[in-house]
Design a protein around this ligand. Structure first.
Ligand SMILES: NC(=O)c1ccc[n+]([C@@H]2O[C@H](COP(=O)([O-])OP(=O)(O)OC[C@H]3O[C@@H](n4cnc5c(N)ncnc54)[C@H](OP(=O)(O)O)[C@@H]3O)[C@@H](O)[C@H]2O)c1
Length: 271
């Protein structure tokens, strides 16, 4: 069977996307080819997903008819561009290039992997459990049906929003880096529980489920977070005492500044 989906770089994020595509039956294993330099990793992926693997990026570039997913670290891009220069003469198809490389602009991808149509994506680490928040920015050569295809692929690992490329640094500040902020929140909530006398495992379970449940409630009821906060703060009660302490400690402005700092750092790295 011919290869429809090619992936370059079989690391953490690549596997997260690949596993969902196969599980959701978007691509059957015999239509997938993955290139990866580590032989142990190749063997692992081949066994786990019953797919074909190779150490040749050129082979993937020349075989994939529909989609080429670029899932290497950004610093590896020059090597991928060199491989493309060697491969492009013998290419019969023009697959959609989906790049998840943080900080690499569409212009650079369109120049280095000319003439492929490009879409730039910023997923987050929650992709490994199918709960990613991915932002997608279309390149200038993308056809409408290719944008739809990219969104369908990304929807297998979670939610997708389309943004203009200029918003990518802001997206990085919120949803790209966001899992780390939420992990800090959970950790400190659990630490608070331990300092209040709870066993660590119980405190952690309480903290995780509280964050998960709150996010689910906000998403399902589609209410403003302030409404939820008002709902659980009774006059003179426990919750308003906690909220007052968070306000006095600058909790909200700390999070706002964290997003701005991550956005600024993302912009810095991209230039
Ligand atoms: N992880 C995240 O949460 C996250 C979020 C948003 C965006 N991203 C982006 O996703 C991309 C991949 O990140 P990751 O976390 O999945 O990294 P990773 O686990 O290190 O995966 C990269 C893979 O590429 C392989 N590789 C290295 N050189 C190669 C080459 N010349 N040709 C083909 N494959 C090569 C690596 O193999 P070796 O290990 O053998 O070198 C590794 O398996 C990055 O560009 C990152 O910016 C990641």
């Amino acid at each position: 069977m011919s290869i429809r989906f090619g992936m370059i770089g079989g690391g953490v994020m690549g596997e997260a996307i690949l596993s969902r595509l196969i599980k959701e039956k978007m691509y059957s294993p015999e239509t997938v080819l993955v290139s990866e330099p580590s032989s142990d990793r190749r063997e692992e992926l081949a066994q786990r997903y019953q797919i074909e693997v190779t150490d040749s990026n050129r082979k993937v570039m020349q075989s994939a008819s529909e989609v080429l997913l670029l899932a290497v670290k950004p610093q590896v891009l020059p090597r991928i561009e060199a491989d493309w220069d060697g491969a492009k003469e013998n290419i019969e198809h023009l697959p959609l290039l989906i790049s998840i490389l943080a900080g690499i602009p569409i212009l650079r991808l369109e120049a280095g992997l000319d003439p492929l149509p490009v879409v730039r994506v910023m997923p987050n680490t929650n992709a490994t459990v199918g709960a990613s928040m991915s932002a997608i920015a279309p390149g200038s050569r993308l056809r409408t049906e290719q944008l739809t295809l990219a969104k369908t692929i990304l929807s297998t690992i979670g939610q997708v929003v389309e943004v203009s490329e200029s918003a990518m640094d802001a997206v990085t500040g919120v949803s790209g880096s966001g899992p780390a902020y939420v992990a800090l929140l959970i950790e400190s909530l659990a630490d608070g529980g331990v300092s209040a006398g709870l066993p660590r495992s119980i405190a952690q379970q309480l903290a995780i489920q509280t964050v998960l449940g709150t996010a689910t409630l906000l998403q399902e009821e589609q209410i403003h977070p302030a409404q939820l906060k008002d709902r659980v703060t009774s006059p003179g009660g426990t919750t308003i005492a906690g909220v007052a302490e968070l306000e006095a400690s600058g909790f909200r402005s700390a999070i706002i500044k964290a997003v701005q700092a991550a956005q600024a750092r993302s912009a810095e790295l991209g230039h």
